[in-house]
Design a protein around this ligand. Structure first.
Ligand code: CTP
Length: 481
């Protein structure tokens, strides 16, 4: 692997000049250097200086046209400078103790560049590029970071027990980087995760979930989850998912391993370009299978109601994991609840009314539901798989046809509760609810279209059957919205 080359950006020369003037050696370090070596799009730049990081940032700011806007975080001893050419640059003084984003105490002991790099998480993140006049652009690599990048290895710079006890989140970061980059975790580092895993409990849920989401957003998330499972981290950070693992047998009858099935669905969704929330739906679609598992002499293993129970669990899981509780959560919940519906549909003759119901319930998430359902077909029997997928094409076709005709996606019945009350001079009551339900059923069943005239006539007929008499004043038809 060729050493990373500092891009030819004026900002690096500017930093070098400011550092020289202050007599403070400065280096570009961390993820930016790693990503340069990997020729990966890199984001923000971290600069470490042997001396005062804030002073260097201010000196650089003064040299920029229009004087760069330096933001100082005095509590953390850091400063940030946005630039047009290279995103945000963060400046910090080299320190002797562990680098921890959240625990940067101002009184940390100043150290050399070597001290600073040794207390970082992994060798591949402990690289530096000099910004000093005498060796500008030279790589600093005391821990074999370049070698590990070439060998695709995640390894801690110091003994892994030291690095992980400095910050136990790094155990999860090891899995995250391995997953994002497609690297292996070096055996000593891997074993240390098993030894130290319980220490993950002292880390805040927010930091854990940030790493978990990065694993989920990787190209092949299953790899990360297999590592999490094997190291024992998964049982600590997300026990319900770990409980999906395992196969039970009664006589010759075994059910499939729901953990590995879930991972395959997750990879399929990832491959189909699914976003974070569709990926969460994949992770959670069968989450209640262990809790609903039964063995039936006649039909074998069943998991009746796992989709409803799973959906009911979603808010609790999102709360525990500190995931957002708004629209994203509701969407995941809906996808979990409905995930069997298209499969059930595709097994029988696809009736219009079943498709109408699905459209009505799934609303705007119907395409995402179909992506999840296709991903859920993990059968190894190619013929069976092809048959299911063909049936889904029929379901898709029907969905389009019926949506074009009936517009059920964001369905609002033309006859509202108010209209019913006005028509028969009723107060809010059970009867109003029943009439509403009858109307909805008739529309979903295709007995009447969702249009004013036929729906209103239907209401009058049903009302008459119940002995209701319409008021004298004709019910005004609401203006079209
Ligand atoms: N770091 C560390 N220990 C941590 C977090 C961060 O040693 N628990 C160090 C690493 O040297 C890392 C740098 O701080 O490269 C920046 O951290 P961060 O921005 O979290 O990671 P990046 O390596 O930049 O990765 P990403 O590209 O995912 O942001």
């Amino acid at each position: 692997m060729t050493p990373p080359m500092l891009p030819d950006l004026p900002i690096f020369r500017t930093i070098a000049e400011a550092a020289h003037e202050l007599g403070q050696p400065a280096y570009v370090v961390g993820g930016y250097v790693r990503d340069l070596a990997l020729r990966r799009a890199s984001k923000d730049i971290d600069v470490v200086t042997v001396g005062d990081g804030i002073a260097l940032a201010q000196a650089v700011g003064r040299r920029l046209p229009g004087r760069g806007r330096v933001t100082v975080f005095r509590n953390f001893g850091t400063a940030m400078l946005p630039t047009d050419e290279a995103g945000e640059i963060e400046f910090v003084g080299a320190r002797r103790e562990s680098y921890r984003a959240e625990s940067r105490k101002p009184e940390v002991e100043a150290g050399t560049l070597e001290d600073d790099l040794a207390r970082r998480d992994f060798t591949i993140n402990a690289l530096g590029l000099s910004l000093n006049a005498d060796d500008f652009g030279t790589l600093v690599d005391q821990h074999g970071g370049l070698r590990d990048l070439a060998a695709k290895t995640i390894r801690t710079p110091l003994g892994p027990d030291v690095t992980f006890s400095d910050d136990p989140l790094r155990m999860l970061r090891a899995v995250r980087f391995a997953t994002q980059l497609g690297f292996d975790i070096e055996p000593d580092t891997y074993e240390a995760i098993g030894r130290n895993k319980e220490r993950i409990k002292i880390v805040s849920q927010e930091r854990i979930t940030t790493e978990l989401n990065k694993i989920i957003e990787a190209r092949l998330p299953s790899y990360g989850f297999k590592l999490l499972f094997q190291t024992g981290l998964l049982a600590l950070i997300f026990p319900k998912m770990a409980e999906l693992h395992g196969v039970e047998k009664v006589g010759q009858h075994a059910h499939k391993d729901n953990f590995f099935h879930t991972l395959q669905v997750l990879d399929n969704v990832a491959q189909a370009g699914g976003d974070l929330w569709l990926r969460w739906a994949a992770i959670l679609h069968d989450i209640a299978k262990p809790a609903t598992k039964r063995y039936d002499e006649r039909v074998g293993w069943t998991f009746h109601g796992h989709e409803d129970k799973g959906a009911r669990w979603v808010p609790g899981i999102f709360t525990d994991l500190k995931l957002p509780l708004g629209e994203e959560m509701r969407q995941v919940q809906k996808l979990v609840r409905l995930h069997l519906r298209p499969i059930a549909l595709s097994k029988e003759i696809v009736t219009d009314s079943a498709v109408r119901r699905l459209l009505f319930e799934a609303g705007d998430d119907v395409e995402r539901l179909m992506v999840l359902c296709r991903a859920d077909i993990t059968s190894k029997d190619h013929q069976r798989k092809a048959r299911y997928l063909r049936n889904f094409d029929v379901v898709d076709e029907k969905l389009r046809e019926i949506e074009a005709k009936d517009h059920l996606r964001n369905f609002k019945p033309v006859i509202t509760g108010e209209v019913i009350m006005e028509t028969f001079g009723l107060k809010p009551s059970r009867q109003v609810g029943e009439l509403k339900e009858l109307l909805l059923e008739a529309i979903l069943e295709g007995e009447i279209p969702n249009e004013w005239e036929p729906a209103h006539q239907f209401l009058l007929d049903k009302g008459a059957a119940l002995g209701l008499v319409p008021g004298l004043a004709a019910t005004p038809r609401p203006a079209a919205s």
